[in-house]
Design a protein around this ligand. Structure first.
Ligand SMILES: NC(=O)c1ccc[n+]([C@@H]2O[C@H](COP(=O)([O-])OP(=O)(O)OC[C@H]3O[C@@H](n4cnc5c(N)ncnc54)[C@H](OP(=O)(O)O)[C@@H]3O)[C@@H](O)[C@H]2O)c1
Length: 163
């Protein structure tokens, strides 16, 4: 059976997801949420995301999308585009979902294919240079669950949306 395709992201109020190759915030609870949700699945990510994580994360598969023949991604499969990445992810033995985990262009291309979105929504704006698609609520209309949290005065909500 095909694995479901899902997206996971953390987004500032102004749509920012990254700055200079890293996350603009540090929220340990969100990292733990990300790690637990993607465990046993397959992550599809870009080379900058791979570089930020520093490796292929254990306990899950990883497919990196890159057209650069010179780049290597130890522990991960490499695909030339999202279509190839999805085929590689579906063929991997990990039982969990296929996760679209960024960055900017992979979210934009992958979001229309996802049946579920796990979005951590931060309560304030951040300065940044990478953004989540502003029209994401075009694809996801049903809020399934929401759980609020706070870290160092920064409020956030873990939300799960479906089509
Ligand atoms: N807030 C969050 O939840 C979250 C999640 C993920 C990432 N981020 C942030 O986002 C930033 C990293 O993302 P990014 O957008 O800069 O980079 P990225 O997606 O990791 O990498 C961009 C590169 O991916 C390759 N690529 C992407 N889409 C492709 C496609 N459809 N076909 C072929 N190649 C494709 C290209 O690499 P080649 O040039 O090698 O071909 C492109 O230069 C960081 O700041 C990170 O912290 C935030």
């Amino acid at each position: 059976m095909a694995k479901p395709i899902q997206c996971i992201v953390a987004v500032a109020q102004n749509g920012v997801i990254g700055v200079e190759g890293r996350l603009p915030w540090h929220i340990p609870e969100d990292l733990a949420w990300f790690m637990s949700q993607t465990q046993d699945g397959v992550m599809i990510e870009g080379p900058a995301c791979y570089a930020e994580l520093g490796k292929a994360l254990p306990g899950r598969g990883t497919v990196v999308i890159s057209r650069d023949a010179g780049k290597q991604f130890p522990g991960a499969a490499k695909a030339a585009d999202l279509t190839e990445a999805l085929a590689l992810a579906q063929a991997m033995p990990w039982p969990g979902p296929v996760w679209i985990t960024g960055g900017e262009r992979i979210y934009a291309e992958g979001l229309p294919l996802c049946e579920r979105l796990l979005i951590t929504r931060l309560d304030r704006d951040f300065a940044g240079d990478r953004f989540f698609p502003a029209d994401w609520q075009r694809y996801f209309t049903k809020l399934v669950s929401s759980k609020k949290g706070m870290h160092d005065g920064l409020g956030y909500a873990f939300e799960i949306w479906e089509r």
